[in-house]
Design a protein around this ligand. Structure first.
Ligand code: GAL
Length: 673
């Protein structure tokens, strides 16, 4: 059962909430969708209270009408299970389904997603709703995809209620089998934490001091698994009733969504879908977007994926929301397509005039169709029609960056050497350098087959299993250049330190041994022997004595307490090499180091001589004589650029033999056979 199923070409559309509008507006909606080339909309996401206004009483009238109208116009529906927000009659009757925070505060109804996923009562109602909607629309011609719930865990991923405590205990029992094993894994010999039965265990609720770190880590794992289990229950029902319809839910594969391990969720999806919003005060937001898209592709195992939501212009939930111009909206959309998206969807179709999201932009803005936003909506729809041949093509890279939610959870636990460390910031530090020198990267999980890559970037892989560490070492042995950054390979799966000197899992690979971390204060910086600076984190590292095969110091500290010791090292390993960055280098030094590693690995940028601020990504289709490529060039600069290239430029329909001018903020897509 796989996407794209019924929808032809690249999918285009957004969340469609007709229940908020009058008949006349709904009629106009379909006209406008036709004008913009919309072919897919997500329907009924938050519609439970409208569809089941009283327990067991259903009102399908508006949804029947919506589905029929969509089908008449050839627009397909990603139909939701309508369960993303329980109706007031349900929370009124069963307040025990509400989630609780670590401090014991109940999250009340009045907003959305006020449910505990572990509540058996909530689950039975949600599954009943899912069954009802599936039975109602099973054979409807507009139904193309199931959209389960919405952004599972967006607001309620960590629930500390009694139902959650019970579910956590069951999860722990199936992981550890015996309480002795749990005691060993959690290191409960410390602070009198020894348990004599699973019944005594609680979620990591607010405690007088630091809660047991492995308990916290396992609660992250459990919370992700618990939500996935809920998805699976819904999917089983949908599969039973509509075996022919693919099922997905919208992930949040971004640098801000820490709570779900999407690598472990992906195989349950018939197509991976994600939502992405840029952050107004991040001047490098297009690079964060690129990373999130690459992460989504990694989660999707390299297959095309769906951008289920993003925004045409401003959102409403940041402090000072940023209005996009038409060019930025187009670049955001096509940067996702360049990186593997086969669907471009928005939250939402028509901007609400009431409710908490009325200042969130949409495809049809408050101003109506006499507006730049509407013009951009139409322009993008037409651009996607021209890009239809891209559908199904994939991105191929020589470089992998390893990303791991368990390392994210582990690295950011409390009571650590540097509690300002942010895992996504560490990852972005290296990703940005790769983006800036124009090298395409796959963002993959450490369990991924690494054998085809020429270079691996391993930022802050704090928690690593023996197996994953061995996979990374094997890649170096067989010829890859591997770059590991600080606070990697420190603990095992139980968050127990690997003894004998840091980084325990990678000491041999890197040919080094760190005795102690030396954390820098806010205003401290040490000099390095190439004139650059080290901040944030340093380590008392020595090269392991291995005679001729010894690691070498690439950069050394020239002042501070570690003067003379190595800050960056390189070790020849088998047919490859292993580099270590034991400090945070400044941006220039980071780029220099990345260039050195890429040169050694013989990795070249996607396009030679690319001007600064121009993004180049290539999608590939077919092989041999049937080979096709699509080179996406996105100019993020305020001035036009000329790029030496050739092929059919799909957006303008012009044949390029030698060079192409891209306007300020503009885009070109070169198709070659
Ligand atoms: C997403 C959510 C949408 C909408 C959007 C606003 O998290 O799925 O329903 O709220 O954010 O940016």
């Amino acid at each position: 059962m796989h996407w794209p199923g019924k929808v032809p070409g690249l999918a285009y559309g957004g969340d469609y909430n007709p229940e908020q509008w009058s008949q006349a507006t709904r009629e106009q909606d379909l006209e406008l969708m036709g004008e913009a080339g919309v072919n897919l909309v997500s329907v009924a996401i938050f519609s439970w209270a409208m569809l089941e206004p009283r327990e067991g009483e259903y009102d399908w009238s508006w949804l029947d009408e919506t589905m029929d109208r969509l089908a008449d116009r050839g627009v397909f529906a990603a139909l939701a299970t309508a369960t993303a927000s329980p109706p007031p009659w349900l929370t009124h009757k069963h307040p025990e389904i509400l989630p609780e925070t670590a401090d014991g505060v109940t999250l009340w109804p009045g907003a959305r997603q006020a449910y505990s996923v572990s509540s058996p009562v909530f689950r039975s109602y949600a599954l009943r709703m899912t069954r009802s909607i599936a039975e109602r629309y099973a054979d409807h011609p507009a139904l193309a995809l199931w959209h389960v719930d919405n952004e599972l865990g967006c607001h309620n991923s960590h629930d500390f209620s009694d139902d959650a405590a019970e579910a956590f205990r069951r999860w722990l029992e199936s992981r550890y089998h015996t309480v002795e094993e749990l005691n060993r894994a959690w290191g409960t010999a410390f602070w009198s934490q020894r348990y004599s039965s699973f019944e005594e265990v609680l979620p990591p609720r607010k405690a007088p001091m630091f809660v047991n770190p492995t308990q916290q880590l396992d609660f992250h794992r459990y919370s992700s698994d618990e939500l996935l289990e809920y998805f699976r229950e819904m999917k089983r029902i949908l599969r039973e009733i509509t075996p022919q319809i693919p099922v997905t839910t919208n992930f949040m594969c971004t640098t801000r969504s820490k709570n779900m391990d999407y690598f472990s969720w992906a195989s349950d999806m018939d197509v991976v879908a994600t939502d992405h919003y840029t952050i107004a005060d991040d001047p490098m937001r297009h690079i964060e977007l690129a990373f999130s898209a690459d992460l989504t592709r990694g989660v999707a195992g390299g297959e095309p994926w769906m951008l289920m939501e993003h925004s045409t212009s401003a959102v409403n939930w940041q402090q000072r929301n940023h209005t996009k111009d038409s060019a930025e909206m187009l670049r955001d959309s096509l940067s996702h397509v360049a990186r593997g998206a086969d669907a471009v969807m928005f939250f939402q179709w028509r901007q609400s005039h009431a409710g908490a999201e009325k200042y969130h932009s949409a495809m049809v803005p408050h101003a109506g169709t006499d507006s730049d936003v509407w013009d951009s909506t139409v322009k993008l729809g037409h651009a996607l029609q021209k890009l239809a041949p891209v559908q199904g093509s994939t991105v191929r890279t020589q470089v992998a960056l390893l990303f791991d939610y368990e390392s994210w959870w582990g690295a950011e636990l409390d009571s650590h050497p540097n509690n300002d460390l942010s895992y996504p910031e560490e990852v972005m530090h290296w990703y940005r350098a790769l983006w800036e020198i124009g090298v395409a990267v796959d963002v993959v999980h450490p369990s991924h087959d690494l054998s085809s890559y020429d270079a691996l970037i391993v930022p802050c892989l704090y928690l690593v299993s023996d197996e994953h560490a061995a996979g990374i070492a094997a890649a170096a042995q067989s010829g890859a250049s591997v770059l590991v950054s600080y606070f990697s390979g420190i603990v095992d799966e139980n968050e127990h330190v690997r003894l004998g000197g840091y980084p325990g899992a990678f000491r041999d690979l890197l040919g080094i041994r760190t005795e102690e971390f030396w954390i820098l204060q806010q205003d401290q910086a040490w000099g390095l022997d190439d004139g650059s600076t080290a901040t944030f984190w340093t380590e008392k590292t020595r090269l392991a004595d291995e005679g001729s095969g010894a690691a070498e110091a690439v950069l050394k500290y020239v002042d501070g307490p570690l003067q003379g010791l190595p800050a960056v090292t390189r070790h020849e390993v088998g047919n490859g090499s292993a580099w270590y960055a034991g400090t945070r280098l400044d941006e220039e030094a980071t780029r220099t180091l990345i260039r050195q590693v890429m040169a050694e690995a013989d990795v070249s940028p996607e396009h030679e001589d690319l001007p600064e601020g121009v993004e180049a990504v290539r999608r590939h289709k077919g092989a041999g004589d049937a080979k096709e490529t699509f080179l996406f060039l996105l100019n993020h600069n305020a001035e036009g650029v000329t790029i030496r290239t050739s092929g059919m430029e799909l957006l303008s329909g012009t044949f390029v033999s030698d060079a192409f001018d891209i306007a300020a903020g503009g885009i070109a897509v070169l198709h070659k056979r």
